[in-house]
Design a protein around this ligand. Structure first.
Ligand SMILES: [Zn+2]
Length: 89
């Protein structure tokens, strides 16, 4: 996947997250919602299949309600992926 500048997580679609710099390289940012880190779990050359795999891991965690504190209301994986235009795993 060749990335352009984006302000959403490529795994979970969380808005306001900047995984890549202006040149398309990882910022090593950790997404608050899915907890995947750009540059470690994925980078600018990761393929769509890899993102789909990570997304599947995240969706399984969401369904298992892995977080201890109540999640923000907007952390609904179905809505989040749809709003971000990302494929459901
Ligand atoms: Zn994320």
């Amino acid at each position: 996947m060749k990335n352009t500048v984006t302000n959403q997580c490529p795994v979970c679609g969380l808005q306001g997250f900047t995984p890549f710099d202006k040149d398309g390289y990882p910022n090593y940012e950790i997404c608050l919602c899915c907890s995947f880190e750009s540059g470690n779990q994925y980078d600018h050359s990761s393929e769509a299949d890899h993102f789909l795999h990570l997304r599947k891991v995240w969706v399984n965690k969401m369904e298992a309600k892995w977080w201890k504190a109540p999640a923000p209301k907007e952390w609904n994986y179905k809505d989040q992926l749809e709003n971000a235009g990302l494929a459901h795993p």
